[in-house]
Design a protein around this ligand. Structure first.
Ligand SMILES: Cc1cc2nc3c(=O)[nH]c(=O)nc-3n(C[C@H](O)[C@H](O)[C@H](O)COP(=O)(O)O)c2cc1C
Length: 205
């Protein structure tokens, strides 16, 4: 099993509808292929970790690198792993904002504007802090202690992680509809995308 982390740059800022479409694609494909990971997205920058079987991941990143929806794909590492770090997510997702970054331990003088290709490529320490922060909720030490003893906590943790993923998708659905409302149109395609995202949410994925 391997893990690959890369940074890439979108040609222009992505709409919420585009993000929603990408995430739907990631979740569907990745669960079918045993791929897990995390996608952090700034104004026009992606930072993604992908993990799974060597061949599957190598093939996938080749596809991703050729994807015309972004450019300048820069791989930061490709390393063998024994355990998944993002086991709970077919593709965890977080949109980076100023508010989101507040209070992340280990980040000093780093703002949402710094979440860009040039800065991140030169500051791998920051990439590590971000990926580590979003890997899992930062449980209170007491809960960690209990966690070791009590399986119930494990179930709770899983439920919370899933809920966190669902909230991100639900937020994107709402934001994309609000954007479409402002623009005065909700296309057929967008409607179908929302319906499929809602069906996933209702199914609890
Ligand atoms: C930033 C970014 C991240 C992506 N991540 C994934 C991913 O995790 N899984 C995936 O299947 N496709 C991902 N894609 C899409 C792939 O580039 C490609 O379009 C997709 O895998 C093709 O899927 P298909 O074989 O079902 O047509 C990503 C694309 C971009 C731009």
């Amino acid at each position: 099993m391997i893990q690959i982390v890369y940074i890439s740059s979108a040609l222009s800022p992505w709409s919420t509808e585009q993000l929603l479409e990408l995430l739907q694609q990631c979740m569907k494909n990745n669960s079918a292929r045993g791929v897990t990971g995390m996608l952090l997205c700034g104004e026009d920058t992606f930072l993604q970790a992908l993990e799974g079987d060597d061949l599957v991941i190598d093939e996938l990143v080749e596809k991703i690198a050729r994807d015309p929806r972004h450019a300048k794909v820069q791989f930061l590492h490709r390393r063998p792993i024994e355990r998944r770090q993002y086991a709970d997510w077919s593709m965890g997702f977080k949109r980076i904002s100023e508010r989101e970054l507040t209070g992340i331990k280990g980040l000093k003088d780093f703002g949402a504007k710094d979440f860009n290709f040039d800065y991140l490529v030169r500051n791998e320490g920051i990439v590590d802090v971000l990926m580590d922060h979003y890997r899992a909720p930062h449980w209170d030490p007491l809960v960690r202690e209990l966690d070791a003893k009590d399986k119930v906590i494990e179930h709770l943790k899983q439920a919370l992680l899933q809920a966190r993923g669902s909230v991100e998708i639900a937020t994107l659905v709402l934001e994309s509809i609000a954007d479409a409302g402002k623009a005065g149109t909700l296309s057929e395609r967008h409607m179908r995308l929302c319906e499929s995202a809602l069906a996933d949410l209702r199914g609890g994925t």
